[in-house]
Ligand binder design. Structure first.
Ligand SMILES: [Zn+2]
Length: 308
């Protein structure tokens, strides 16, 4: 069936509403994974409960974004305050899901099956990026259970579903992983005695490369590094202004043990992990990559011709 035929039966606004609700529900699940994966808890059981009084959250109090607003971010029973991040993640996923739906409709896919697989695949990528990025922000760890299947699914989708050229995603995945782990993990360690990057970062770049091709991986790397440096500079500035505490210890990516909690606290306040910024760069590329790359190349050409 052609997409036009389906769009005659299902109006566009219904697809947008579906995308918003679907995105918010997966945002809610992302919150569960982000909270439980670092504690090695099941993401299915037990059902959601208040972190303070442990009363189970009833289904009508578990509606993404809406319940947070109705209950003003508090537990119905003990009034303990929940982090606003839960609602922000749900809202962001709802909006990004609508964005992915618009992206798919604008790309004029040939059949409904291709349109649907594009929507689920790109939204799955956004979900994986945000979930892995926020886990990295909280714990300085990137879960293999997200990045490794992401590499396989990305290659499969690009090569067998979209029937794109196999080179860009394969170069993105293999090249991204090889270059980063050689330079920043093993090479850096040989030179400076410790890794310059977490061991999960090359796998995240490989996932981005498998899904978005090597251009996407390169864009995420450069845009992510720029934005990460900017965030790091802001953090240092803020720390100077508030004039708090001693210099933070060096971040040791190779540490295997649980570590010293106080040292970890200081690290967390002073360092920014790379994963969230790689994820941000990849999402920017997914939505604006063509425009940004064209603008960047155009600027480069103008600079060249002005120099001639
Ligand atoms: Zn409670």
């Amino acid at each position: 069936m052609s997409l036009e035929l389906v769009l005659e039966i299902i109006p566009g606004w219904q697809l947008h509403v579906f995308a918003a609700v679907f995105g918010a529900l997966w945002g809610s699940f992302a919150n569960v994974v982000i909270a439980r994966w670092p504690k090695e808890m099941s993401v299915v059981r037990p059902a959601s409960h208040c972190f303070a009084c442990e009363t189970p959250v009833r289904f009508y109090d578990n509606i993404p974004v809406v319940s947070y607003l109705l209950l003003r971010g508090r537990c119905r029973h003990c009034k303990a305050r929940f982090s606003a991040r839960y609602a922000v993640v749900e809202l962001a996923m709802a909006l990004l899901s609508v964005g992915v739906m618009r992206l798919v409709l604008a790309s004029d896919p040939q059949t409904v099956l291709i349109a649907a697989s594009m929507y689920f695949f790109w939204f799955g990528l956004v979900w994986a990026l945000i979930t892995a990025g926020l886990i990295d922000l909280d714990t300085f760890l990137l879960p293999d259970v997200i990045t490794l299947p992401g590499i396989g699914l990305g290659l499969f989708f690009n090569i067998f579903v979209l029937r794109n050229d196999w080179m860009p995603p394969v170069i993105g995945a293999v090249g991204g992983y090889a270059v980063l782990s050689l330079l920043f993990v093993h090479g850096y360690k040989a030179l400076f005695g410790h890794s310059g990057m977490g061991r999960g970062d090359p796998k995240l770049v490989a996932m981005i490369g498998a899904c978005l091709g090597y251009k996407g991986a390169m864009f995420a790397l450069f845009a992510g590094a720029l934005q990460g440096l900017f965030a790091g500079a802001l953090l240092v500035f803020q720390r100077r202004k508030s004039g708090t505490g001693p210099e933070p210890p060096e971040l040791d990516y190779d540490r295997e043990d649980g570590g010293d909690p106080q040292r970890d606290m200081r690290l967390r306040k002073a360092r920014v992990p790379f994963g969230p910024f790689l994820a941000l760069g990849a999402i920017e590329y997914l939505f604006f990559g063509d425009i940004l790359l064209a603008g960047y190349l155009g600027l480069f050409e103008r600079l060249l011709s002005a120099g001639m």
